[in-house]
Design a binder for this molecule. Structure first.
Ligand SMILES: Nc1ncnc2c1ncn2[C@@H]1O[C@H](COP(=O)(O)OP(=O)(O)OP(=O)(O)O)[C@@H](O)[C@H]1O
Ligand SMILES: [Mg+2]
Length: 375
């Protein structure tokens, strides 16, 4: 039996999964057009899941997708970063041949053995030569470089790395290598540190990954009902969507509590009374997603004071993305623009946790002595 997943990327063999067909098709289409795509979205919104599905489809069409993850590099020196990236590139290249049931040519193996990548210049050279050593049939020379958790790149390497991708993108070579790039992360490239100068990467094709729609929440829960035979009262779907605003982790967490943790007999329909209990649990528990939320808010005392104003109805805050604090809170998925042009907390679950954890301190009642002047 499959389950609702909340620990990292989900896959349709083990989990109930929203197909996100349109988004995946859009992503593949952009890769085929040779775009250099960037996808920046808050934690646990399904970035990795989406790209993994796209990669499977690209392998099926004989493209050459190479996946990297920069998560662990943040404290590395620039040369250690490139050395490790090169090692991973080699493993990935061999992995693709293995998946296809073929082996790299002798020349390619020799080239990989004798190459050293220690900076952006040697990386450009590596890709330039690599493409000529890949099999020339189908799409095999179309290397697609997917970099997950890009914000983990060492700050000193950001500028050079992005410059080299731009250089390759704008180059004149017959088959560009990488042909297409996907950069995935939470922080936007403009928010990463590159010496305060303007972004060297102005060629990007931005990709947005919205939260689940009501129909997608329905699609997800329906898979469980079809497999197990246990139905949800229709209001539950609306209630989950309303409480989470379609945030993918939170949607799955509700479903997990309702189907696995509450022990509702499988022959019984899951009803609103069950939902209410699940809701109370979700408001009380400290899961990993809420930990991220609170940790992000604690990064900067100005976040807390802005959120306190957003929550207070009297002193709401006008949404202005040019305000750095608002921009960062949007990046972390904490706030969103409301239809009336004001800032709103992204969903009622976050709102509750923010209220609980960042209550404004009650102002101290001042003892008035006979000398204290009345104002
Ligand atoms: N297509 C999907 N169908 C169902 N649930 C999903 C889907 N995509 C994401 N989720 C939910 O979101 C969670 C996080 O997914 P994933 O790891 O792909 O997101 P992410 O944005 O890469 O997260 P992170 O920022 O932590 O790297 C999953 O555990 C699951 O609960
Ligand atoms: Mg991820």
């Amino acid at each position: 039996m499959r389950t609702f997943g909340t620990q990292g990327p989900v896959n349709p063999q083990e989990n109930y999964v929203v197909s996100r067909t349109e988004e995946i098709a859009d992503c593949i289409d952009r890769v085929k057009k040779g775009k250099y795509i960037v996808l920046f979205a808050p934690r646990q919104t399904g970035k990795t899941t989406l790209f993994r599905s796209a990669i499977d489809a690209l392998i099926a069409e004989a493209y050459f997708p190479i996946q990297l993850n920069f998560k662990l590099y943040v404290d590395c020196s620039v040369s250690d970063f490139y050395i490790s990236v090169y090692r991973r590139l080699r493993e990935e290249i061999n992995g693709i041949f293995e998946k296809r049931g073929t082996i790299p040519s002798r020349v390619l193996n020799q080239f990989l053995d004798n190459t050293e990548v220690t900076n952006q210049v040697s990386m450009i050279e590596f890709f330039r030569q690599l493409v000529n050593l890949l099999p020339a049939h189908d799409n095999s020379q179309k290397v697609v470089l997917i970099i997950d958790e890009f914000d983990g790149i060492p700050p000193d390497a950001v500028r050079g790395f992005l410059h080299s991708l731009r250089y390759i993108y704008l180059g004149q070579s017959e088959v560009r290598c990488p042909y297409s790039v996907g950069i995935i992360g939470v922080k936007d490239i403009t928010q990463l540190n590159y010496d305060g100068s303007i972004s060297p990467f102005n060629i990007q094709d931005e990709f947005h990954l919205p939260n689940f729609t009501l129909a997608q929440v329905h699609e997800l829960l329906e898979q469980y009902t079809e497999e197990v035979g246990q139905a949800f009262a229709p209001e539950i779907i609306t209630a989950i969507h309303k409480q989470t605003a379609g945030q993918p982790f939170l949607v799955n967490r509700y479903a997990q509590i309702l189907t696995e943790e509450m022990g509702v007999p499988k022959l019984e329909t899951i009803a609103m009374t069950h939902f209410s209990k699940a809701h109370t649990q979700l408001l009380r528990e400290r899961n990993i997603h809420i930990e991220y939320l609170l940790t992000n808010i604690r990064r900067n005392p100005l976040f807390e004071s802005l959120l306190t104003r957003v929550i207070s109805y009297k002193r709401g805050v006008r949404f202005n993305i040019d305000n750095e604090i608002i921009d960062e809170l949007v990046t972390y998925g904490v706030i969103a623009k409301r239809p009336d042009g004001m800032c709103g907390i992204a969903n009622p679950i976050y709102r509750h946790h923010i209220q609980e954890n960042f209550k404004p301190l009650p102002s101290k009642p001042q003892a008035r002595t006979p000398d204290t002047p009345l104002r």
